[in-house]
Design a protein around this ligand. Structure first.
Ligand code: GDP
Length: 213
């Protein structure tokens, strides 16, 4: 397929993927509750407040969908959503980098995530959301290291691009690209998005759809 044909194919696949229902399936607090690994799965990760709920809602066009993950009790779970009538699982991973979290809670988060990453063969990619103003923080690098170690592919998705001037965006992309070169499981391309302006959202949908083949 030529690049143009591939793009057209992915856009059509994305239309199909996002045209149907997008339902909350379940929240997984213990890995024994994971659903069968019978379809591809893409996970969204990021520090608290990075704009994860806003981006998931923009992608799915359902305003209140990812609010469930802000519900007390659901914040430390892997929240599973079904896309396109069983075509793909979208997983909203618990946020990290909260200031007020105890060491024990941080260790629990690490254990849950590490075990999940190591034992989920259908997990095709983790999208790590990074605030375009702030760049990579230590907690992001910690997750990237876990992904490298467990050999799970991941991509960086910059959020809140509307808050940053073009020149600053370019600088940030260059800086992160340089860091990604030292991470074995990282995809070299970086996506730029704004949930508020719907910028980069159709492209991200197409990217997600490309993992359903
Ligand atoms: P989460 O904690 O990662 O789920 O983040 P939220 O989606 O709740 O967003 C955190 C804050 O960032 C909220 O005040 C949002 O309004 C704001 N936010 C999210 N996405 C964008 C965006 O694309 N542009 C701007 N300017 N603000 C955003």
């Amino acid at each position: 397929m030529s690049p143009d044909e591939e793009l057209a194919h992915n856009i059509e696949a994305a239309r199909k993927l996002f045209a149907g229902t997008c339902d909350f399936v379940l929240g997984v607090a213990h890995l024994s509750q994971l659903p069968d690994a019978d379809k591809p799965e893409i996970a969204f990760a990021g520090r608290s407040n990075v704009g994860k709920s806003s981006l998931i809602n923009a992608l799915t066009g359902r305003k209140a969908l990812a609010r469930t993950s802000h519900t007390p009790g659901r914040t430390q779970q892997l929240n599973y959503f079904d896309l396109g009538g069983g075509q793909l699982y979208m997983v909203d991973m618990p946020g990290y980098g909260y200031a007020q979290v105890s060491k024990t809670q941080r260790e629990e988060w690490k254990d849950l995530i590490y075990t999940y990453l190591r034992g989920r063969p259908n997990l095709r990619c983790v999208f790590i959301l990074i605030d375009a103003r702030h760049g990579l923080k230590d907690s992001d690098i910690e997750l990237m290291d876990m992904l490298d170690e467990t050999a799970v592919s991941y991509r960086i998705v910059l959020t809140k691009a509307d808050k940053v001037k073009n020149q600053e965006q370019e600088k940030m992309i260059k800086k992160i690209t340089a860091t990604l070169k030292t991470h074995s499981a990282a995809h070299p391309d970086i996506s730029l998005t704004s949930a508020h302006k719907e910028f980069g959202v159709p492209e991200l949908r197409a990217l997600m759809a490309s993992y359903t083949d």
